[in-house]
Ligand binder design. Structure first.
Ligand SMILES: [Zn+2]
Length: 289
């Protein structure tokens, strides 16, 4: 048993998804490097008890279950939303289900957002490289995307937007530029936006600019090796009140929920900053109970 952490940690970015639905080439990319644990990971996607046991062992209080719709690139259909909602029912206080609406496939964007809220979904994820449009594509004619953002803003549903590259076959990394969040933050000023991955590996300047410019944009540090976080964001302390803890586990390269936290704790940050990142900022976004 590992020692308890000094913080009630919420990891806002964990990939608990219906992996069995992934297209074969995507599944192949996901499998690489974790062939030995593949069956275990699939079993975890089927059974929340497996994940909860890992969370207990790692001393992690809550996790956000990243789900989004990407039928053409990844293989995830609307059923991913029911999957997330059902999975989280095993322990609703600790499992935060995320879901999605795909603006290129939906026929009723606002109604679909309402259905997510009814399901108990806590955040809507937009993944531009896996959905094949930039995050501000409504400025260029993708009207359902504006309808989704607008409805999320009205319903108080936070939106997470992937930034940075993606290694999966078919993903379009050019849509990962965080600068495109500028439009979204301006046009939907009451929408709470979570910028995932901070534009890693090469758009950190853009990401930092957006984070400082817009009060409604938060950073989720998942996917950035924690030990190198201050190399990517040397002025992280300045924005500590907007930083959310996340790992991207069990995506390629991310081995362990707990190890990432421990590496983060070795960084020269003040205790108040650590607590903000690991515990309190996410409590504001996702109040407990
Ligand atoms: Zn991710």
């Amino acid at each position: 048993m590992t020692a308890p952490l000094a913080y009630r940690v919420t990891d806002v970015h964990v990939h608990i998804q219906p992996w069995r639905d992934m297209k074969p080439p995507v599944q192949e990319a996901m499998r690489r490097g974790k062939e030995a644990h593949w069956d275990f990971l699939l079993a975890m996607m089927d059974d929340p008890a497996v994940l909860l046991e890992i969370m207990d062992r790692s001393g992690i209080w809550r996790v956000g279950l990243v789900n989004y719709v990407s039928p053409d690139v990844m293989g995830f259909t609307d059923s991913t939303n029911d999957f997330a909602a059902r999975y989280a029912q095993a322990e609703p206080e600790r499992l935060l289900p995320y879901g999605g609406v795909h603006p290129r496939f939906t026929r009723d964007p606002a109604g679909d957002v309402d259905r997510l809220v009814d399901l108990g979904i806590r955040l809507l994820k937009i993944h531009p490289p896996h959905m094949m449009f930039p995050a501000n594509a409504y400025t260029d004619g993708l009207e359902p995307l504006a309808a989704i953002y607008r409805r999320c803003e009205e319903r108080g549903l936070p939106v997470m937007i992937h930034t940075g590259t993606s290694i999966f076959p078919g993903a379009r990394s050019k849509y990962g530029n965080p600068l495109e969040i500028d439009d979204v933050a301006i046009d939907f000023p009451d929408l709470r936006i979570v910028m995932a991955h901070g534009g890693r590996p090469f758009w950190m300047d853009e990401a930092f600019f957006i984070l400082r410019r817009h009060p409604n944009v938060l950073l989720d540090v998942s996917g950035i090796p924690p030990r190198r976080l201050l190399e990517y964001f040397p002025r992280l302390g300045e924005i500590a009140s907007k930083v959310l803890w996340g790992t991207d586990w069990p995506s390629p390269g991310v081995k362990d929920l707990r190890q990432n936290v421990e590496q983060f704790l070795t960084l020269p940050l003040a205790d108040a900053e650590r607590r903000a990142v690991l515990e309190t900022n996410s409590l504001t976004l996702f109040p407990a109970g």
